[in-house]
Design a protein around this ligand. Structure first.
Ligand SMILES: *[C@@H]1O[C@H](CO)[C@@H](O)[C@H](O)[C@H]1NC(C)=O
Ligand SMILES: *[C@@H]1O[C@H](CO)[C@@H](O)[C@H](O)[C@H]1NC(C)=O
Length: 324
């Protein structure tokens, strides 16, 4: 009997709780601004002065704290530019790597150099065109919405469903235009490559690029937000690994050979300096040069990984690991 009363009591409590928690939310058009559920839902100001129903704000607009869609007029911060630069550099490095691999040569020749220069030209032109195409059109200035947190990149995952009834679709580009700009840039790079790159010598490198651009676009689509927050570390880790791999592929691992082959061959010098520039880019992105003097001094550390490899290569030679 007691159990029965208890169960009825609990059911009754649930009923009250349910009626309290399912409060009324005004989702339709309103005369006075009423907050919408969800981080990214907003109302647009209508012609007659009332506010529209809750939904996604138009492109280039973002809901403020009281759910009014306000046009963004921020400009990208230093870190945002570094992020866009990283996306461009990533494509350029992959171009150069595939041209170098396809050439199957251990030194530069005229044809390969021309391909490298073409790749640089395509990437720079695509980047400038992307800036010109972004709002305001025809200028290198970019109007953007400020990125505040990781969820800004994944508004798709933050569609609210008030009272567990129907889901409100408020998916939009809250980091306008950082997300779409990268796709435009990749598309332009491919088009320019097909126009500019000499087909006769560059066939293999063009095929490679037709593979890696869609992969880059897919990675950006899924991991864009995570990359935005972690790219400085990605740059440093990948460039240190690739620097080590560059040395490790040399047959002779003696200190003398590594140093001599690095200084006497133009290709090796370029690869080494390229890696140092990447290390420096990573350090600048991590510190954002907030303390200009100290952080510029840190940039002077870029030769360390290479020096460390050359000094220790002898001790990590697998032939020396056998005790017998
Ligand atoms: C303003 O227009 C919208 C739709 O066009 C309508 O729903 C709303 O009632 C209008 N508001 C007023 C105050 O007339
Ligand atoms: C959001 O924008 C509306 C319309 O401009 C304004 O009335 C409101 O005060 C803003 N809310 C906040 C929190 O800034």
């Amino acid at each position: 009997m007691f159990i029965l009363i208890n169960i009825i009591g609990i059911l009754f409590f649930c009923l009250i709780f349910k009626s309290v928690s399912s409060y009324e939310i005004e989702l339709g058009a309103v005369n006075k601004l009423v907050r919408c559920p969800g981080l990214y839902c907003g109302r647009e100001l209508l012609q007659n002065g009332s506010w529209s129903g809750c939904g996604a704000c138009p492109r280039g607009f973002r809901a403020n704290a009281s759910s009014a869609c306000i046009e963004c007029d921020d400009s990208p911060e230093f870190y945002d530019w570094l992020y866009l630069g990283f996306m461009a550099i990533l494509a350029l490095v992959l171009h150069w790597f595939s041209i170098d691999t396809a050439a199957k040569r251990r030194s530069f020749c005229k044809e390969v150099l021309i391909l490298h220069m073409c790749a640089l030209f395509e990437i720079v032109t695509a980047a400038v065109l992307t800036l010109l195409l972004s709002d305001p059109m025809g200028s290198l200035v970019v109007r953007s919405c400020r990125t505040e947190k990781l969820s800004d990149w994944y508004t798709l995952l933050h569609n609210p469903n008030p009272n567990y009834e129907e889901t409100l679709h408020c998916t939009q580009e809250a980091v306008y235009p950082l997300y779409t700009m990268v796709f435009i840039f990749y598309a332009l790079s491919i088009v320019l490559m097909l126009i500019v790159r000499p087909w006769k010598q560059g066939k293999m490198s063009i095929y490679a690029a037709l593979y890696f651009f869609p992969i880059l676009a897919l990675i950006q689509a899924i991991f864009g937000g995570l990359i935005y927050y972690s790219f400085p570390y990605i740059v440093i880790i990948l460039s240190v690994i690739s620097n080590a791999a560059h040395f490790a592929f040399k047959l002779d691992q003696s200190m003398r050979f590594l140093v001599v082959s690095t200084v006497t061959d133009v290709r090796n010098v370029v690869i080494l300096l390229g890696h140092w520039l990447l290390h420096a880019y990573g350090i600048i992105a991590i510190t954002q040069l907030e303390d200009p003097v100290f952080h510029s001094a840190l940039v002077a550390l870029v030769p360390l990984p290479a020096v460390f490899y050359i000094l220790t290569a002898r001790f990590t030679d697998p032939n020396k690991l056998h005790v017998d």
